[in-house]
Ligand binder design. Structure first.
Ligand code: NAP
Length: 314
């Protein structure tokens, strides 16, 4: 029997991915929503999570699709009410918030699933397997997109805690973390802040692993024209390109995993996989929280050199 799940924060990703992924999932059914200004046709609607939790004790699972700045308060409400919880990425605005949620989930004996959708991209298993038995020499991340095209009007991205360009950039880092067999640490960062904004519009990063592998990342929201979400890996036994946000894998010029069919998106596969994983975690009473992507972004804010660039307007 399908498990009842409620969605919180009916915005772009809830509408584009969560609602269809739940509908297609045999494991879950969408039983209610909590959102101030939106709902889903035919589904019970509440203005906030507190009201939903109070009125619907029959819903065991909650999935949060709100911006990171308001994630912790709702996450505490859900966990303290004994519900299993799935979080959009990033799992919190700070690492401390996420540690607190892990402790609450443990204390309540419920599942906490901090999702990183890019970890579920189609080509990740093949890329991880290929890399596992190679000596990596260098990794180059090129993550460049047009913020006006992908995030129109989302002011919260520019507010403190909204991560700015790290909102997509953390996907690149979560992908790197999913395929790279060694622990990662940040060694240098330069962050470009628009003069009128509180979060960066671009970032240049350098990372290393225990073997001293050079890893560089260029993350930029000012790209017009072709959009790029690529990771290039150079090893002692061939080179790989993980392209299109992890949807496509090319090794030494041969396409090993093709990208989505025209009109399709890698996100469809990723969100189907996320809800399948959530069902598995709930069934086994386990939690899954990977902190590395958020830690590396936090480290970029800690050691990053700040440069001021021209003001950003929509
Ligand atoms: P969005 O379109 O702005 O939707 C978020 C919704 O949350 C809003 O529509 C709003 O609905 C609700 N909300 C509650 N408190 C809010 C507040 N203080 N400020 C703004 N909205 C608030 O954002 P989104 O693109 O869906 O992103 C939501 C989360 O999913 C983010 O963490 C993002 O990183 C992640 N994500 C997004 C994408 C994507 O492609 N868009 C992909 C993967 C992951 P009400 O006004 O009805 O309350």
């Amino acid at each position: 029997m399908a498990i009842a799940v409620a969605l919180v924060g009916i915005g772009q990703i809830a509408r584009d991915q969560h609602v269809p992924a739940i509908a297609a999932s045999g494991a879950f059914e969408l039983a209610a929503t909590a959102s101030r200004n939106a709902g889903v046709d035919g589904v019970a609607r509440f203005a906030d999570l507190a009201a939903l939790l109070d009125r619907r004790p029959d819903i065991p699972c909650i999935s949060l699709c709100t911006p990171p700045q308001v994630r912790h308060a709702d996450a505490c409400r859900a966990l303290d009410a004994g519900r299993h919880l799935m979080l959009e990425k990033p799992p919190g605005a700070t690492l401390g918030e996420v540690h607190d949620l892990v402790a609450r989930a443990d204390a309540r004996g419920v599942t906490l699933f901090a999702t990183w959708h890019s970890r579920h991209a189609t080509a990740v298993p093949a890329a991880r397997e290929w890399l596992a038995c190679r000596r990596v020499r260098r990794i180059e991340i090129d993550w460049k997109e047009d913020v006006r095209r992908w995030h129109p009007g989302q002011e919260w991205l520019w507010d403190p805690g909204g991560l700015g360009v790290f909102d997509p950039g953390v996907n690149a880092i979560s992908l790197l973390d999913a395929i790279h067999p060694r622990a990662l640490r940040l060694t240098r960062a330069e962050l470009a802040f628009p003069a009128n904004r509180d979060t960066p519009i671009a970032a240049s990063l350098e990372l290393a692993d225990a073997d001293g592998t050079g890893i560089v990342a260029e993350i930029d929201w000012r790209r017009q024209g072709p959009q790029t979400w690529d990771i290039r890996v150079f090893t002692d036994a061939g080179d790989a390109l993980l392209a299109d946000g992890g949807a496509r894998l090319v090794i030494d010029g041969s396409e090993i995993v093709a990208g989505p069919a025209p009109g399709g998106t890698t996100l469809d596969h990723e969100y189907a996989s996320l809800y399948a994983r959530f069902a598995e975690l709930v069934a086994t009473g386990a939690s899954e929280v990977h902190l590395t992507p958020l830690r590396l972004v936090a480290d970029a804010f800690l050691i990053g050199r700040r440069v001021t660039v021209e003001p950003f307007e929509w």
